[in-house]
Design a binder for this molecule. Structure first.
Ligand code: GLN
Length: 313
């Protein structure tokens, strides 16, 4: 191994061992009741490099609720569907507010700030739904993830979806509010049904890291040689992940980790090291911004040791 090539196996082993012993684990999300049952002691980490080598540690094979990480993949599908016309439905700026905030929507006439806050992701889901039935749309999203991860066992956790539907009053408010401005085209119930279910997809760190690999390789999945998106589109999705992927914690994540990343309230983070690897980490406890507490710390340690921050070593 050359000096410039980090020893990924050792790095993963060390980080997983350290994270399992840490006492500061954040707080598991409780506003979706089903997520409150997840064991805060869990920790998983998986790296798939551009040559297809997998380095994994801890609970890396255990599926968890990917929640908002699904929004990277729905954004990819919506851009594939309508291209740059998507930006009529949703903006591209960081919001500086919590992920489920409604406050900007009135000023901005129902057009959400970006595709990763809840309002923006609901608008993106609505775009994919147009011209289709909800069941078909959901099947398309699920199959896209199965295709990217090359794993047909990936499925939706129906209990999580039902739990979110039962208690998702905030999302119902966001969707209705956008509908009143004409930003949502389909019946609100249909759009939200698809949204809740794609957030409830369960994946392991290993599956997620494989699914994100095209973003590390100019839009091509190096394992299958399939071109998923153009290099330009991959670069832009990465830019949105960097600026908006952690909501009001995006600045802090860029400062500490320095990689495009997308978090979910299930405690997962997908991070992209362009030209090098796709990394997925999972620790269910969250920080105040709703991002995985130890997940961020683990990634900070990862870029410190690899020197892979996009801003330099
Ligand atoms: N499904 C969650 C919600 O809508 C997603 C939020 C998240 O992961 N940040 O509230």
């Amino acid at each position: 191994m050359s000096e410039t090539e980090p020893d990924l196996a050792a790095i993963v082993r060390d980080i997983a061992a350290e994270m399992l012993t840490r006492k500061d684990r954040g707080t598991v999300a409780t506003y979706i009741p089903e997520l409150a049952n997840v064991d805060a002691q869990r920790f998983g980490l998986a790296i798939v490099d551009v040559a297809g080598n997998v380095y994994a540690g801890g609970d890396s094979a255990l599926p968890f609720s990917i929640q908002s990480i699904s929004k990277v993949f729905t954004l990819t599908l919506a851009l594939g569907r309508i291209g740059d016309r998507l930006w009529r439905h949703v903006g591209r700026e960081p919001s500086g507010n919590r992920f489920n905030s409604i406050v900007q929507l009135e000023h901005e006439l129902g057009v959400p700030r970006n595709p990763f806050i809840n309002a923006g992701a609901i608008a993106v889901t609505d775009v994919i739904l147009s011209g289709r039935q909800p069941r078909e749309t959901l099947g398309e999203i699920l199959r896209f993830l199965q295709f990217l991860a090359d794993d047909t066992t990936i499925s939706i956790d129906q209990d999580v979806a039902a739990s979110e539907k039962r208690t998702g009053f905030r999302n119902v408010a966001l969707a209705n509010y956008m509908k009143s401005f004409g930003v949502i085209e389909n019946p609100v119930d249909y759009t939200l049904g698809v949204y809740f279910h794609h957030c409830a997809i369960a994946m392991s760190c290993e599956q997620l890291a494989r699914a994100g690999l095209f973003l590390s390789c100019n839009g091509v999945n190096p394992l299958t040689a399939f071109s998923v998106v153009s290099a330009e589109r991959a670069r832009r999705i990465n830019a949105l992940m960097l600026t908006c992927g952690h909501y009001d914690g995006s600045g802090e994540f860029a400062y500490r980790v320095g990689l495009p990343g997308k978090s979910g309230v299930g405690g997962g983070i997908l991070a992209i090291a362009p030209g090098k690897a796709s990394i997925a980490v999972w620790s269910p406890g969250l920080d105040e911004a709703g991002n995985s507490h130890l997940g961020r710390i683990a990634l900070e340690e990862f870029t410190r040791r690899t020197g892979w921050s996009i801003f330099g070593p």
